[in-house]
Ligand binder design. Structure first.
Ligand SMILES: Nc1nc2c(c(=O)[nH]1)N[C@H]1C(S)=C(S)[C@@H](COP(=O)(O)OP(=O)(O)OC[C@H]3O[C@@H](n4cnc5c(=O)[nH]c(N)nc54)[C@H](O)[C@@H]3O)O[C@H]1N2
Ligand SMILES: Nc1nc2c(c(=O)[nH]1)N[C@H]1C(S)=C(S)[C@@H](COP(=O)(O)OP(=O)(O)OC[C@H]3O[C@@H](n4cnc5c(=O)[nH]c(N)nc54)[C@H](O)[C@@H]3O)O[C@H]1N2
Ligand code: SF4
Ligand SMILES: [Mo]
Length: 734
């Protein structure tokens, strides 16, 4: 590997990218004796230009922090932990899996891929192949408790093959509940997250008009031309109102709709009663601002309407995402014939883009594997995570008995924490791949220590088309593994090997070594365990540049030679503004009974709507253990308007009890003028679990928002997702 020698003797500087979050910032790491001693942003990187955040800068610390698990742990009958070798752990796990498949069938073996499965770039493909190999549909990821509406909406709406407009060069952007300056999350067309403040400021300098819909004056909202401070959960109402103005005032691209779109008149009929006055009453946004936002949005030429987690987690996320497609489509915000696609992807298969519609497709329902819970089914290729607890607890054929929790933390991430406790306890085998003793790992039968990113090879497979330019980066392992560690893909390979199951990655079958025995039909090479590079070659088959060449670059690189111009299309498929179910869903919103202050009566009585948010210094439940992070805060504050605190005779720092549909927690308050009265904003991923935390230690470990949430009281009928934002709660002083 090409390295630069710095002044200190023995120290080598190596290039990599951070995988603490999905932003994949390019970094330089100083390595001494196989250990990382310092990290900094790689200022020579063409996309990131040296950008990093506090979380990524903890990487040297993460390598040998006292909280790190470096040896596999097995729970003994008395509840204590025994250190064992990974070979022994894998043998025992495989034996148990075999036994349970014979007794109960393959469906009883489940995987939950959490956020760190998305950072190890082979984890998703290999775990999926394992499930296909054993024939178990019990495959779950965090997507279905994050923004499942994104996939659902596309499957019903259809997709414009030329792709959406990007933020770069746009003159308008409509951003709904997404705070990229903190989260580095940016769905298509949102603020480029790679150095987000710079990108946003550049856009503003070029005259972009930002319309931000968020109950909170967020870091992004502070930069907005128009901030619509919506009542949590009322985005569908507000977006219907905006659509109505655009249709009434003929501000839409009639020619584009004529050629490629069905349902304009049906949509006009569906939203006709969402007058600006109705929107004002219900969503709390002044009528004139609704009209102004619609005009500013529709009068732009380039720009995309996108949403983040907030409105996706509030009720009716599917309609909300659908309405964003409606807005983009009505205004023709797509790359058309002859337009340049800024980044068609480097690791993605070669292919031209056409000016045409990819027809809607079936993604859920009766033709897919059925959940045994609440009438749900597999949705967009995975089972609904919000129903996993019940799949574990509900006896009968198909009951989940084994859970592989891969880089996730169900105890704080799943809705209804009390039920999650019961479910995790009920499992016959819980295996966690983690780096620390998380609230879920503490309940495991085996904990397998994962590698941190500096210890492994990866390529940014998931982010391939997120970049603004054809950029990619192959990161090689640059430090020695600090213990008897395992990668996520490798876990599945090891278990498959012991079960005699082949792993088919689409791009080909993963090699197995000689001990595997007879290969099926002689198709599997039986001479070696694959290297990560070989696995990634199969994960990314069809790259526009050979992976070998990308690896040889050492560092991030823009492949200027990859050009993509949208070609003339030939499909007759059309985008669907009102696919089956949408009109009645919209009508149902309008028919809901409201109180005189515009609040839906079905929500009953409550004092606040609790909303989700992200904090800069932590990544969900990751990072809390580091000293530099602790200095930023050791709890997730319940942010409330100062007048709301005053009404409870409280000040910032006092304790409150929050009661929700799923349970109660104690939280530490913090006054925030940027929040409306009646709203409480609380980050998730904090607290431990009910057997361990109480009112006494909330200042040290925070409060779990999922203890407040019920997976049964209100959930999406397609994805099963619980109401995870805009939750009616009652807050009292303690
Ligand atoms: N109420 C409520 N619930 C929510 C949300 C919300 O906003 N509100 N958000 C939802 C969303 S968007 C998501 S994505 C999910 C998140 O759901 P999860 O992914 O289940 O939760 P995390 O807290 O991200 O868990 C990450 C785990 O990975 C471990 N880890 C850290 N580094 C590594 C590593 O390098 N390798 C491995 N193998 N493990 C590592 C951490 O210690 C931690 O235990 O939660 C969802 N749940
Ligand atoms: N620093 C940091 N970065 C992270 C994470 C983290 O924990 N910390 N988590 C990562 C994960 S898993 C994900 S999925 C992404 C998420 O990325 P984002 O979606 O950008 O997440 P947030 O920053 O929580 O922004 C969501 C916004 O929605 C608003 N909101 C809440 N309820 C509603 C509502 O009903 N309507 C509207 N319009 N807005 C609402 C909140 O006030 C908040 O500003 O971030 C990722 N990045
Ligand atoms: S934003 Fe921070 S945590 Fe995310 S990749 Fe960049 S440095 Fe790492
Ligand atoms: Mo997420």
């Amino acid at each position: 590997m090409k390295t630069k020698t710095s002044q200190a003797p023995g120290v080598e500087t190596k290039k990599t990218y951070c995988r603490i979050c999905h932003n994949y910032c390019a970094m330089e790491v100083d390595v001494l004796d196989g250990k990382p001693i310092a990290v900094r942003g790689d200022t020579s990187d063409p996309v990131y230009g040296g950008y990093t955040c506090i979380k990524g800068r903890q990487l040297p610390n993460a390598y040998d922090h006292e909280s790190r698990i470096t040896q596999p742990l097995k729970k003994l009958a008395d509840g204590s932990w025994q250190e064992i070798s990974s070979a022994q752990a894998l043998d025992e796990i495989a034996d148990k899996v075999k036994e349970i498949i014979v007794a109960d069938g393959a469906r009883s073996i489940a995987t939950y891929c959490g956020t760190y499965s998305f950072q190890e770039s082979a984890a998703l493909a290999v775990s999926r192949a394992f499930h296909d190999g054993i024939g178990s549909p019990s495959y779950y990821t965090s997507v279905s408790i994050d923004q499942p509406a994104k996939g659902i909406a596309l499957s019903r709406f259809g997709v414009w093959a030329g792709g959406p407009h990007s933020f770069e060069g746009a003159d308008v952007a409509l951003i709904v509940g997404c705070n990229t300056l903190i989260s580095h999350f940016a769905p298509y067309g949102g603020i480029p997250p790679f150095s987000p403040r710079k990108a946003l400021n550049r856009g503003l300098k070029n005259g972009i008009k930002m319309i931000v819909i968020d109950p909170r004056k967020t870091e992004v909202a502070r930069k907005a031309h128009i901030h619509l401070q919506v009542r949590p959960g009322e985005d569908p109402t507000l977006l219907c109102g905006i659509v109505k103005v655009i249709l009434d005032e003929n501000l839409y691209d009639a020619a584009f709709c004529e050629q490629f779109v069905d349902g304009v008149e049906e949509l006009r009929e569906a939203v006709k009663d969402f007058t600006p006055e109705y929107v004002e009453l219900r969503a709390g946004v002044p009528a004139e601002l609704v009209v102004e936002a619609a005009r500013v949005w529709a009068n732009g030429k380039q720009g995309t309407a996108t949403a983040g987690t907030g409105p996706n987690m509030a009720p009716r996320g599917n309609i909300m995402e659908h309405l964003l497609h409606v807005l983009n489509t009505l205004c023709g915000r797509f790359n058309k014939e002859g337009d340049k696609v800024p980044n068609p992807g480097v690791l993605s298969p070669t292919g031209n883009r056409k000016a045409e519609v990819i027809a809607p497709w079936a993604a859920f329902g009766k033709d897919f594997p059925q959940s045994r819970i609440r009438g749900l089914s597999e949705c967009c290729g995975e089972m609904p995570t919000a129903a996993l607890n019940d799949e574990i607890l509900e006896p009968g054929e198909g009951q989940v008995k084994v859970l592989f929790n891969i880089g996730g933390n169900p105890m704080v991430a799943f809705p209804n924490q009390h039920k999650t406790v019961r479910a995790m306890k009920a499992l016959e085998l819980l295996v966690c791949i983690d780096v620390k003793m998380s609230a879920t790992a503490v309940m495991a039968d085996y904990i397998l220590p994962g590698k941190i990113c500096l210890e492994r090879d990866d390529a940014p497979v998931m982010a391939d088309t997120w970049f603004d330019v054809p950029y990619t980066h192959y990161a090689e392992a640059i430090v020695e593994p600090n213990g008897d560690l395992i990668e996520e893909w490798e876990f599945y390979w090891e278990i498959a090997h012991r079960l005699g199951i082949e792993l088919n990655l689409g791009g080909g079958i993963l090699p197995m070594d000689a001990a595997f025995g007879v290969a099926t039909g002689g198709t599997i090479p039986t001479d070696h365990k694959p290297t990560k590079f070989e696995v990634l070659e199969l994960v990314t088959t069809g790259t526009k540049v050979p992976l070998q060449e990308i690896r040889a670059k050492k560092g991030g690189f823009v492949y200027e030679s990859i050009e993509c111009i949208v070609e003339k299309g030939d499909s007759t498929a059309r985008l669907q503004l009102t696919p089956s179910g949408i009109e009645s869903d919209i009508r149902e919103i309008r028919e809901e009974k409201l109180s005189t202050t515009g609040i839906p009566e079905k929500d009953g009585t409550y004092t606040h709507l609790l909303t989700s948010r992200r904090l800069n210094h932590v990544y969900n439940s990751s990072g809390q253990q580091f000293e530099a992070v602790k200095e930023k805060g050791t709890t997730n504050h319940a942010h409330m308007h100062p007048d709301d605190l005053l009404k409870l005779a409280l000040v910032s720092g006092d304790l409150v009890q929050i009661r929700g549909p799923g349970g109660r927690v104690t939280a530490v308050t913090k006054a925030e003028t940027s929040i409306q009265q009646g709203v409480c904003s609380l980050a998730h991923g904090w607290g431990f679990h009910p057997d361990y935390d109480d009112n006494e230690n909330v200042r040290e470990i925070g409060a779990s928002s999922n203890r407040l949430i019920s997976d049964e009281a209100e959930y999406d009928p397609i994805s099963g997702m619980a109401r995870q934002s805009a939750i009616p709660v009652t807050i009292t002083a303690l």
